[in-house]
Design a protein around this ligand. Structure first.
Ligand code: FAD
Length: 492
């Protein structure tokens, strides 16, 4: 074991939406910061080249996790500088105002958040500025009020998407432009490592947090770099490994004072894991498209339900061009299925002749949906819930697609819309494993996202979510990291 002779003010673990943003917030303070990232730098070409996404499955981690039956699977997450913000689609949406309240779903309630929209609103502004979000306020009736306009206009739709959007609007729905982060350099972390007070160590896997004898402070962070183990020291430790890996790290860091895992006196670490119910749908089109356009369209008319189902159903978005879209790492099987129905079409032809749709629905926190460590292996127990709400969204959208195709005269679709549910490995929207709250008996973090049990340990990735509203999570993770960053700056 090599003992590092530096003493840092802050150690940040992970460089994605949570950790990277926290680093950007703290770097200008001049405090001595060490950032530990298990991955390395990915080039822009690797990021977007379709072969990298589809054939080499670049955005699946090389390690295996296990489902509740003990079957191994590869998680869809990228261990790289920038974390999942390096490969994400950049849709940066605010939660809706009501998402912060207790919400009645068909199967029960999703819990109230201990902070409200108004508490996060200034940080949503700051987050949109930092990630250069372009959008069009006022189109989406579910969008909450903004005290600051988007700083850039929304990205325009691909012509085919615009045509569909126009038809959908004529049906009385409210298609809107997705707010998109327009930054292209390494997303979450920016170029923060250029600050002289910031040290970034890549290929640095944090394996354990060690506490002082009384267990109320992290004393040292154990890290594997190459074949060597190191110990690093800091006053404050901020974890942002992603909701699954942060929980796993705490569980693996158990000791005499924390026998069931670090900061786990509530027995909530790893529990209430959520990931959204997600389904992709393919719509064949008679004309070709570029196959490489971004996600730009969303339809939130059924976010809170419809006339037949007065419970939240979720959000609909286009997937972006099927040749490049990372979320569609699942699309080759879907397109191969389609190829069988349409002999004579190659996969590439199908990808440029199809529009992909992405539907996501809130899953509710369930203590039995959880991260577990057994014999050093990571288990992700997950049973989907709220499935009727998701099915209703799927059927509602397919009905609308049929009307769209009829209106636009599309002979190719034949009323067939192949679809695939995202399997367990699609953990893109992972959250909830260390929920925040006022009561230490039922939450892991306090309102400043500091662990109730360990005084110098903070968590700023998606772990803190008490519920998983159906919009994409990153902007909320970013805004919260900025909020916690303000709190930390206040303690310096
Ligand atoms: C393909 C894809 C597309 C997506 N598109 C969108 C979108 O359009 N909009 C949206 O809102 N969200 C999107 N998401 C989700 C979004 O990327 C995540 O919600 C967000 O990045 C989560 O931030 P985080 O800080 O919790 O974790 P991450 O961004 O995953 O960061 C975790 C970091 O910790 C590092 N790490 C993990 N364990 C350790 C360890 N033990 N030691 C050291 N380092 C460690 C990882 O390498 C990584 O850098 C997408 C995700 C994927 C996979």
């Amino acid at each position: 074991m090599i003992i590092d002779d530096q003493h840092y003010d802050v150690i940040i673990v992970g460089t994605g939406a949570g950790g990277g943003t926290m680093a950007q917030k703290l770097a200008p303070t001049g405090k001595k910061i060490l950032i530990l990232e298990r991955g390395s730098f990915l080039s822009e070409e690797e990021n977007f080249e379709a072969g990298e996404v589809f054939k080499k499955e670049r955005y699946r981690a090389s390690e295996e996790w296990y489902d509740k039956e003990g079957e191994p699977f590869f998680p869809q997450t990228s261990y790289a500088v920038g974390g999942d913000t390096k490969t994400y689609s950049g849709e940066l949406l605010r939660l809706r105002e009501k998402d912060f309240e207790q919400v009645q779903h068909q199967i029960g309630f999703s819990p109230e958040w201990p902070i409200k929209y108004k508490d996060l609103e200034p940080y949503y502004n700051e987050a949109e500025k930092l990630y250069n979000v372009g959008g069009q306020f006022g189109e989406d009736p579910t969008e909450p009020p903004h005290s600051q306009e988007y700083l850039s206009p929304a990205v325009s739709h691909e012509p085919q998407i615009q045509e569909i959007s126009d038809v959908v609007a004529k049906l009385g729905l409210h298609p809107s432009h997705l707010p998109l982060g327009l930054k292209s350099e390494v997303q979450g972390i920016g170029s923060v490592y250029d600050y002289p007070n910031v040290t970034l160590k890549t290929d640095a896997l944090v394996t354990c947090l060690h506490t002082n004898p009384s267990g109320n402070e992290v004393k040292a962070v154990e890290v594997q770099i190459g074949t060597q183990s190191y110990l690093f020291f800091a006053h404050i430790i901020v974890l942002a490994c992603g909701a699954v890996n942060t929980a796993a790290l705490l569980l693996r860091s158990h000791n005499e004072k924390h026998p069931t895992g670090l900061a786990n006196s509530s027995d909530q670490v790893g529990r209430n894991f959520m990931k959204h119910l997600m389904t992709s749908i393919v719509q064949l089109r008679p004309t070709t498209n570029s196959g490489t356009f971004p996600k730009t369209l969303s339809i939130n008319d059924f976010y809170w339900g419809d006339e037949n189902f007065p419970f939240p159903m979720g959000s609909i978005q286009n997937t972006g061009g099927l040749l490049q879209n990372v979320m569609f790492a699942e699309s080759p099987p879907l397109l191969s299925g389609l190829a069988k129905l349409l002999p004579g079409f190659g996969l590439r032809q199908l990808a440029t002749r199809s529009i992909g749709w992405w539907l996501q629905t809130e899953d509710l926190p369930d203590p039995d949906n959880r991260v577990r460590i057994k014999n050093s292996k990571l288990y992700l127990d997950y049973t989907p819930n709220n499935t009727e709400a998701h099915d209703r969204l799927i059927y509602r959208w397919i009905d609308i697609l049929k009307t769209v195709d009829k209106t636009m005269g599309n002979p190719l679709s034949r009323g067939i819309y192949p679809r695939a549910e995202a399997p367990l490995g699609v953990i893109a929207h992972q959250c909830g494993t260390c929920r925040f709250g006022e009561d230490p008996k039922i939450s892991v973090l306090n309102l400043d996202c500091r662990t109730h049990d360990v005084e110098n340990l903070y968590i700023v990735d998606g772990s803190f979510f008490p519920s998983n509203p159906a919009v994409n999570p990153s902007l909320t993770i970013i805004a919260n990291a900025l909020r916690v960053g303000d709190h930390l700056i206040g303690t310096f």
